[in-house]
Design a protein around this ligand. Structure first.
Ligand code: ADP
Ligand code: ZN
Length: 304
């Protein structure tokens, strides 16, 4: 038996055949074309899924279902995607209905951070853990929460949007309408933007971090502020959810130990409960495969 995992993102789409063991048997990825209508893109996805099923021994009979991870906001019950910031033209797209009309198997949908959390729980850094928070620091910041061994998806699958927590109003207006969200301070996009402004030259997130600690006072102060924001957000996660660990994924997590150390240090200093102060911050293990594996996980009953 196997499931199809579909990962719909702002830059690319991936479709994979995933076995009960969490192993990927085959995977196809193609760029997300935002100039195409969602209908056209969904048709493309349906064709890629059909090909994946045809290439699989056992074809339709062994297919348990199709799981989909998409950026939020969405409604997991109706399966409608509500214009995510990274997919602005996807206004109220009935993703689940479109796939259910094309395939005679269950179709399940989750937001992408939640799906990645499930993947880490299944075959990644959360394998032996009943309570953990997966924090993704990529273009934006989000979280997927596993509590008491289950994904905490909320009533419609939108739990965990920690990026839009107000932390420092001096950072101005956020795309969500609030002022000073965590996303404006410490997301990959924000670090590139703020760092470039300070240096006076267009830099990538990675390049901004590489300048840290070389005596540029304003830049060092800003990066310290990034660590403060991520540290304080981690303390909030520990205080609210009492996780065994925080698993960090997303492109910015590649900057590595310095980031994890700062987050752990804040937790050690400020978490309210003494055991909570020992909460580990660890890197995600599945990198770019987390999306499809987590989407497929939705179809296996152990996660339902
Ligand atoms: P997406 O947001 O599309 O899911 P990623 O999870 O890869 O994509 O995150 C992209 C972000 O990660 C970008 O802001 C990018 O600049 C940043 N990034 C990628 N590699 C690194 C690195 N080595 N160090 C710091 N930031 C990085
Ligand atoms: Zn916001």
């Amino acid at each position: 038996e196997y499931a199809i995992g579909v990962d719909i993102g702002g830059t690319k789409i991936a479709v994979a055949v995933v076995e009960q063991s969490g192993k990927i048997t085959s995977k196809t990825a193609f760029p997300m074309d935002l100039s195409k209508s969602p209908d056209e893109v969904m048709d493309e996805i349906i064709q890629v899924i059909q090909k994946a099923i045809q290439g699989q021994a056992g074809k339709e009979t062994d297919l348990l279902g199709i799981g989909v991870g998409v950026p939020g906001p969405l409604d997991t019950r109706t399966g409608v995607v509500h214009s995510p910031p990274n997919l602005p033209s996807w206004i109220d797209v009935p993703v689940k209905e479109m796939l259910a009309a094309a395939f005679a198997v269950p179709v399940l949908i989750e937001n992408d951070a939640n799906a990645a959390a499930l993947a880490e729980k299944w075959v990644g850094a959360g394998k032996d853990s009943l309570n953990f928070t997966y924090l993704t620091i990529s273009t934006g910041i989000g979280a997927g929460i596993v509590a008491n061994g289950r994904l905490l998806s909320g009533s419609r699958g939108n739990a965990g949007e920690i990026g839009h927590t107000v932390m420092d109003p001096s950072y101005g207006l956020c795309s969500c309408g609030q002022i000073g969200c965590l996303d404006l301070i410490a997301s990959g996009r924000a670090i590139a933007k703020n760092g470039s402004e300070i240096i006076g030259q267009k830099l990538t997130t990675k390049a901004v971090f590489e300048l840290y600690g070389y005596g540029h006072e304003e830049l060092d102060r800003y990066i310290d502020h990034v660590f403060w924001a991520l540290g304080a957000a981690s303390v909030s996660l520990v205080n609210m959810l009492d996780p065994e660990k925080i698993i960090v994924g997303g492109g910015v997590s590649q900057m590595g130990n310095l980031l994890y150390q700062h987050m752990e240090c804040y937790i050690q200093t400020y978490a309210l409960n003494p055991a909570g102060r020992r909460t580990k911050v660890v890197p995600a293990e599945l990198s770019e495969h987390a999306g499809v594996i987590g989407a497929a996980a939705l179809c296996f009953s152990t996660f339902a």
